[in-house]
Write a protein that binds this ligand. Structure first.
Ligand code: ADP
Length: 618
């Protein structure tokens, strides 16, 4: 075999599968193949521009950055040429012999799930280079890398199991894709048809696209984010989102901003409808695409928005970023914090607007991303003031709807000086919590915190405006005495009550910090209050959620001196076994309502005995 002879390679199994689907697909919008090839060409030019910043000896430094499409109707051929980065021999084998981690792979995954229907999704996914085999009898790719020492190379395939690679003659930098169209695809050799497709799918490609011998580019050439807002159709915005994320659900919110001060920037940001990326998502990581004057500098930049807004998708482009920056030095350039500040403020402002104007959409946003914001407060208490207005909660008085802290404050009773909250496992047990007894009695509103993230959030959120947040489970949380007067008469006399306390202490021993009478209980027999009002009462939950070993912190068991159960308990002998069992159960139930019972099922045998005793007494 001489050096110049073509070498044959086999496609990887995955690629064969994909080719098989494409060749046999009855997909009617085959024109998307051109969009894919143009997009590859544009990527290649983008990457070249980036390389040129640091590689002064690139081949053909003066060549115009462009894409050229020519067609020959009689021969049914179509050629797409770009002056982009090009490929070396190894790169061409690597890139065109295997499926990149791209939408083509996602498509294959979907195809496996969907079987025959899959070809209907080709257009949505954009299966990349290989989509050309929907229309091609054969394809020849000839390429020359921008690296001055690299040789030109040709890749040739018919869509069978193998492809050929051989050395080529090509003097210019870039890539030429020649396509022999299938008979039934002859339309793609018509110039008017090609121009149409370019307008429809590739108008915003940032480099000129020439068709045939025309001297004027057929595409608009500005990127979408640099286009004036009033020239953009809603559909363009949605298309852009879909194509860059492969999320087929419309975004919840779109932010297109252009600013000049304090920094120059264009940004096109989207809030996805869901927090989970779908399995087909193109985005492999969080972060925004960062462009400097239309050149992609960083695909997943995480320094443009705070972590708690990491679900935001989109593009940021700034003229102020120096062009000779590498991806690494972008991070250290003093501009980043400024960009971040402007972007963060804008996103927060738009979210507040959304809440005002489209409450339902906002609630949907909150349902998906609320936990991120709560986490944001936990991680950056300094940002609590910025994030707090975005928070939403259910409360004891409005358990079905979301309320903001602002709304809570506007509903506060005269003389109320703190924002009350209750941490609980879920909203049902929250509403039954004995801690709420006196608040219910007085009609006081209490925020119900029922999500794991709430406990973390509380570590950073101790105040809203001038109002401190205060747990209703604290031992000193009373002060607000419910209407006790009428129940005063029904209280167990002090002497008896002290004896009762003695019994509880004997049975529960070390498990409680203390047992005492409560001033605050109305409906409930007992509650567990936090012994030390200075410690963060929510920390124990944080440990629990983190999966750390945690010991139930000792709490103060407060008893309701007017409660029938306790009165009946007094009627039992001081050493009655049933009495001890009931005391155990009162304690266990209190742990349960607090959501800190270590082993609820252990109660079953005891509950059974109590039932038996109750029935026997009837
Ligand atoms: P994707 O573009 O989604 O990565 P493709 O199958 O379309 O997947 O292309 C595979 C790879 O081939 C690209 O990632 C790129 O590295 C290379 N490639 C394709 N077209 C060109 C081109 N015109 N110039 C340079 N490289 C290209």
């Amino acid at each position: 075999m001489t050096d110049n002879a073509p070498r044959q390679f086999n496609f990887k199994a995955e690629t064969k599968q994909l080719l098989h689907i494409l060749i046999h697909s009855l997909y009617k919008d085959r024109e998307v193949f051109l969009r894919e090839l143009i997009s590859n060409a544009s990527d290649a030019i983008n990457r070249l521009r980036f390389e040129m910043l640091t590689t002064p000896d690139a081949l053909d430094p003066q060549a115009e950055l462009k894409i050229h499409i020519t067609a020959d109707k009689d021969n049914r051929t179509l050629t797409i040429t770009d002056t982009g980065i090009g490929m070396t021999h190894d790169e061409i084998v690597d890139h065109l012999g295997t499926i990149a981690q791209s939408s083509a792979r996602k498509f294959l995954e979907a195809a496996k799930e969907k079987g025959q229907d899959a070809s209907g999704m080709i257009g949505q996914f954009g299966v990349g280079f290989y989509s050309v085999f929907m229309v091609a009898e054969w394809v020849r790719v000839t390429s020359r890398s921008f690296r001055p020492e690299a040789q030109a190379v040709t890749w040739y395939a018919t869509g069978d199991d193998s492809y050929e690679v051989s050395p080529a003659e090509m003097n210019e930098r870039g890539t030429r894709v020649e396509i022999k169209l299938k008979e039934d695809a002859a339309e793609f050799a018509e110039e008017y048809r090609i121009k149409n497709i370019v307008h429809k799918h590739s108008d915003y490609i940032g480099f000129p696209i020439y068709v045939g011998s025309e001297e004027k580019p057929v595409n608009k050439q500005t990127s979408l984010w640099r286009t004036a807002r009033n020239e953009i159709k809603e559909e363009d915005y949605k298309d852009f989102y879909r194509q860059t994320t492969l999320d087929f659900e419309d975004p919840l919110l779109r932010i297109h901003m252009v600013t000049d001060a304090p920094v120059q920037l264009y940004a096109l940001l989207y809030l996805p409808a869901r927090s989970e990326r779908n399995m087909f998502s193109l985005r492999k990581d969080d972060g925004l695409k960062l462009y400097s004057r239309n050149i992609l500098i960083d695909e997943y930049n995480k320094d443009l928005l705070p972590e708690y807004l990491r679900f935001v998708q989109g593009v940021v482009d700034s003229e102020d970023l120096p062009l000779n920056v590498s991806r690494e030095t972008v991070q250290s350039s003093g501009l980043m914090p400024k960009l971040k500040k402007v972007l963060t403020n804008q996103v927060v402002k738009e979210l507040e607007n959304l809440a005002k104007k489209e409450a339902e959409k906002y609630n949907s946003f909150w349902g998906e991303f609320g936990a991120y914001l709560k986490q944001g407060i936990a991680a950056n208490p300094a940002e609590a003031d910025v994030i707090a207005p975005l928070l939403r909660f259910k409360t004891n008085l409005h358990p079905e709807t979301w309320s903001s802290l602002e709304e809570y404050v506007s509903r506060m009773k005269d003389g109320q000086t703190v924002i009350h909250y209750l941490v609980s496992e879920d909203s049902k047990s929250a509403l039954r919590s004995p801690h709420l007894d006196s608040f219910h009695a007085k009609g006081l509103e209490v925020i119900l915190l029922t999500e794991p993230m709430d406990s973390f959030m509380l570590m950073g959120l101790r105040k809203f405006k001038d109002y401190e947040l205060k747990s209703v489970a604290g031992a000193d949380a009373d002060g607000e005495d419910p209407a006790r007067a009428e129940s005063e008469a029904e209280k167990i006399p002090e002497e008896d009550f002290n004896a009762l306390i003695g019994r509880f202490k004997r049975v529960l021993g070390e498990r409680v910090a203390d047992v005492r009478a409560s001033k605050r209980l109305v409906q409930s027999v007992a509650r567990l209050a936090d012994a030390d009002s200075n410690s963060n009462p929510d920390l124990q939950r944080v440990y629990k959620y983190l999966g750390r070993e945690y010991e139930i912190p000792k709490k103060v068991l407060e008893l309701n001196p007017s409660h029938e159960v306790l009165k009946n308990l007094l009627k039992l002998q001081a050493d009655s076994e049933l009495g001890d069992i009931v005391i155990e159960q009162i304690f266990d139930s209190a742990l349960l309502v607090e959501g800190i019972h270590p082993d609820p099922s252990s109660m079953a045998p005891r509950v059974q005995r109590i039932i038996e005793a109750a029935l026997a007494g009837k």
